[in-house]
Design a binder for this molecule. Structure first.
Ligand code: TXA
Ligand code: MG
Length: 346
């Protein structure tokens, strides 16, 4: 086994983080937990270390990384021309699942930002992540822990085989609390734009800024030649190999009828159903994604559920959608991409 493994599920001696922190300082890669998803971290100011992340994930060069910081002094090193509203947003949502796009300083390698003049910054609240950044003493560049295109890793078991030979060190902190990646926001002409929805919802941001815009690509497929505010929107993500379709209706009876009718057209359908509806379907293969009245539960498990899908050898995967209110928007954004925009609203 190439990598070293530190079990933080049964242990909370933060002094032990010194070892992976040294791996970061020496240009290596560390798989570590955050409150959102696991990350593959490297020294965010070390060009060569950053290149290793792109290789480990098979990540397209044009998709920039988030720099993770542990205090506001680190922000000063990497970002410039910060407005009052941007400070207010960071003040309100940090530490936590919130990423903000800011003007970058020269010190930030262009490999991190994929040549853009902006840098994505986040201060995680997870204690292990905080200690790792703090003890490394540098901003840590970290994309979600998954081979590019696959669902993000929210526990070590899901990604161990996929990534064990691609990183130098693994910190196992158990299940991630949230299970979906951070909300990504860019302030344009005084108005926050949500580029990727997450646990920090539009409704929460509206309590800080007068009006908030959700980028149209959060729920709509990119058209040929369209320019996007966030390169991540361009790339295929979360999709299993089996064909998936997302179905939603505000009317629950209609939703069930539609899914039943679709399932009847296939010989081996798999349904990803909310807990409330799962007994309504007569198909053999059902994955319970959690209660529609508990979106936290759905968000926490959805990537693990999506990773199971291909093992059913189904000829269709039908996924029940949820309302896009609150955290529902983040869930639906991941699901619509898992279904490659194959979405039926009825
Ligand atoms: O919760 C998270 O954000 C996790 C954990 C590990 O912190 N990280 C994560 O990183 O999801 P990643 O690389 O998988 O997603 C970063 C997203 C991508 O969609 C990328 O295109 C966007 O942020 N992004 C990064 N820098 C950007 C920039 N300068 N402008 C616009 N979008 C940017
Ligand atoms: Mg990712």
């Amino acid at each position: 086994m190439k990598e070293k493994y530190l079990d933080f599920k049964t242990n909370d001696n933060y002094e032990l983080i010194n070892e992976p922190a040294n791996v970061i300082k020496n240009g290596g890669l560390v798989l570590f937990p955050t409150e959102t998803v696991y990350g593959i971290g490297a020294n965010g100011l070390d060009e060569n270390a950053i290149k290793k992340i792109f290789i480990a994930k098979g990540r397209p060069q044009d998709n920039p990384l988030i720099l993770h910081i542990s205090d506001m002094d680190m922000l000063d090193i990497i970002a410039d021309e910060i407005s009052e509203l941007e400070y207010k947003l960071m003040d309100t949502f940090w530490p936590g699942p919130f990423t903000i796009i800011l003007k970058k300083k020269v010190i930030v390698p262009s490999t991190v930002t994929a040549g853009l003049d902006t840098v994505a910054v986040r201060m995680p609240s997870n204690k292990i992540a905080h200690e790792l950044i703090n003890q490394a003493g540098v901003p840590i560049a970290a994309p979600s822990a998954n081979i590019s295109g696959k669902p993000s890793g929210t526990n070590v078991e899901d990604i161990f085989d996929e990534l064990r030979d691609r990183v130098d060190y693994i910190i196992d902190g158990g299940d991630c609390e949230i299970g979906l990646e951070s909300t990504v926001v860019r302030v344009v002409e005084g108005k926050p734009h949500i580029l990727r929805p997450g646990k920090i919802t539009k409704e929460l941001i509206e309590q800080v800024a007068e009006s908030v815009e959700v980028d149209s690509h959060v729920m709509n497929e990119l058209k040929d030649g369209e320019v996007v505010m966030s390169p991540g929107m361009k790339h295929r993500h979360y999709a299993p190999n089996t064909k998936c379709v997302l179905v939603y209706s505000e009317n629950n009876e209609k939703l069930i009828e539609k899914i039943k009718e679709m399932a009847s057209r296939y010989s081996n359908p798999l349904i990803l159903s909310t807990t409330e509806n799962k007994n309504k379907y007569t198909v053999e293969n059902i994955i319970d994604i959690g209660s529609k009245n508990n979106l936290e539960e759905i968000s926490k498990n959805i990537f693990t559920d999506l990773r199971k899908v291909d093992s059913y050898n189904a000829d269709i995967v039908i996924i029940e959608g949820v309302s896009t209110d609150g955290l529902g928007l983040a869930i639906m954004n991941r699901l619509i991409r898992a279904c490659e925009y194959n979405f039926i609203k009825c």
